[in-house]
Ligand binder design. Structure first.
Ligand SMILES: [Mg+2]
Length: 124
């Protein structure tokens, strides 16, 4: 069983990510969605069996980087990959220093998604 939490303030983007995960042949049994970092933290509390968390950067209430920092203060293990339009070395560095395991820039191809997430999920 593998369960993935997708945190993004765009509902359309959350669906695009799910569709691409399926198309890439990555095996996920259940997707959990959250619209911002704050909701993400709530979902984390409700789901103690997450295999992977995918997190946008720019969101209202609590940004992705704020989420990663807050999440990492209690969970050092569950992998977090940021999927964001924010590119560049500085951002990537900040994400890694805050505890993100990976970084993917939007828009992404199914292949790029497979390469970034293949370490954390089983592939068909
Ligand atoms: Mg956003």
């Amino acid at each position: 069983m593998s369960k993935v939490l997708i945190i993004d303030d765009s509902g359309v983007m959350r669906k695009i990510i799910q569709r691409n995960i399926v198309q890439a042949g990555l095996l996920v049994d259940q997707f959990v969605e959250a619209g911002d970092g704050r909701e993400g933290l709530e979902k984390v509390k409700q789901n103690n069996d997450l295999n992977l968390i995918l997190c946008d950067w720019n969101m209202p209430n609590m940004t992705g980087i704020e989420f990663v920092k807050a999440f990492r203060s209690s969970d050092k293990k569950t992998p977090v990959v940021m999927i964001t339009t924010e590119g560049g070395e500085t951002r990537t560095e900040e994400a890694r220093n805050s505890g993100a395991n990976g970084y993917l820039t939007k828009p992404f191809t199914t292949d790029q998604l497979l390469r970034k997430l293949g370490d954390y999920l089983l592939v068909k």
